[in-house]
Ligand binder design. Sequence first.
Ligand code: SDX
Length: 431
Amino acid sequence: MVKSTGTAQLKLGDKTIDLPMYTPTLGPDVVDIGKLYAQADVFTYDPGFTSTAACESAITYIDGDKGELLYRGYPIEQLADESHFLEVCYLLLFGNLPNKAEMEDFEFRVTNHTMVHEQMHQFFRGFRRDSHPMATMVGVVGAMSAFYHDSLDINDPWQREVAAIRMIAKLPTIAAMAFKYSVGQPFVYPKNSLAYAENFLHMCFSVPAADYKVNPILSKAMDRIMMLHADHEQNASTSTVRLAGSSGANPFACIAAGIACLWGPAHGGANQACLEMLREIGTVDRIPEFIARAKDKNDPFRLMGFGHRVYKNFDPRATVMKESADEVLELMGIHNNPTLQVAKELERIALEDEYFISKKLYPNVDFYSGIILDAMGFPTSMFTPIFALSRTVGWISQWKEMIGDPTQKIGRPRQLYVGESYRDYVPVEKR
Ligand code: SDX
């Protein structure tokens, strides 16, 4: 329970309302307005939740001014260098780094849940081949609740844990199936002998007609991309999962809701939009034209991969991702990749431009990730599915934390109503 830090006073006319305040482990104090409506018959108003803490959480901390991201207190830079994705999954889910035995047990459980029910293959057949893989993922993940009935009782901690393990284990398989279906190749089953990221690349790029060995440079880079995307506090898709879960909906349906929300270009869809933008720019000499468009209030164009609701200095994930892009492309002998050159020059120019400086717009996690995924051979349509499979552990950890809180209740925001006041019905002949 957080430490109470006194009260804030709200003056409303001749009334003074005392509102409790709490001090978190890290970050700004909060003012508890939970009883404001009952006390003063007023709502607060914060449409984009720019100043609203919607829940108490112990999972991820972000400091937007310092550009810090901690998973259960560990800085993302240290985890990206020292850890691996499955260990980060354990950390996010259970709160501490596992010892050797705990890691082996967790890895065994995840590895032995990677296959999906064989009948789920039929779902893909119902989609057009040119369906966006995010569309198939939303559908197939939601349908998991039609198959895994023994992990739907959200009030049973064991079933909650099984659902979490299943989701972490099966999302890469489903994402790979969505990819294979979109390119008209046969599904590839997971192999228990492969590590998590290696297995995902195997399911995406191997074909029955040839032997395939995953390039260790790429599986290491993929594992790092997964770690960097694993969780991010109460972003739009995580808040969607929490709100869906607050009604008691089953975990598979909640994760499907998170995937749907992530798809938007203002959120997880930005990695696809960013690479397509870099390709449209094409060459460094065209950058000024796009910078001008981004600054033009009459042009809806925005620099994809730039800006963030929270980070107003730099996104620490973008820094790690940029290093990874350099490393991967160098190791693959494509360091003069034109898209990377455009990205670096665009970043340099934008960060010297008063518009971007004044609005505190910096590259975010989506700015460089697409360059690495493109170099790995993924089409841009697979960028957001990879973000989704990586963020699944964050979503399910936040869901598990919320459902495990005995005080949690259904989320039900109010509104500032600006519609018509009372009026009487008029029969059609009199209108
Ligand atoms: C993710 O929340 C998370 O944590 C998300 C995420 C996660 O891990 O879950 O980090 C993942 O979603 C990263 C963000 C990916 N989206 C993009 O890269 C799309 C491009 N970025 C923007 O759409 C925008 O920056 C947002 C959506 C990311 C943030 O929007 P905000 O916080 O609502 O900021 P805003 O739209 O109010 O912008 C503030 C000002 C505006 O100008 P004014 O109206 O004040 O004159 O900055 C401008 C905006 O027009 N602006 C941009 C811009 N982003 C903001 N101008 C040009 N290019 C941009 N990219």
